[in-house]
Write a protein that binds this ligand. Structure first.
Ligand SMILES: [Zn+2]
Length: 87
């Protein structure tokens, strides 16, 4: 059994090679986007169009988790869970 992961759009930082997956910061309880390819992260959906608005996730240390769709809904990000896949 895999885990269902949700992603929003292609990453602007690596020219769409990676997808922006929704992750949860377990320290703050906030959702953010994380590119699978270049490890770039974005705090807000409106930041996801410009790589300059993102941050390198490797430079920040916190525990993160893959949120369930219920959790994503609870936090109001359902509209950004556009695609899903099994990991
Ligand atoms: Zn990327």
């Amino acid at each position: 059994m895999g885990t269902t992961c949700y992603w929003y759009k292609a990453c602007p930082n690596c020219d769409g090679q990676g997808r922006l997956f929704i992750f949860e910061n377990q320290v703050t309880g906030h959702l953010y986007f994380h590119c699978e390819e270049c490890e770039w992260g974005f705090h807000k959906p409106e930041d996801c169009h410009n790589s300059a608005d993102g941050f390198l996730t490797l430079n920040v240390e916190f525990d993160s988790a893959i949120p369930t769709i219920e959790r994503i809904r609870e936090l109001g990000w359902e509209q950004y869970a556009v695609h899903s896949c099994e990991k």
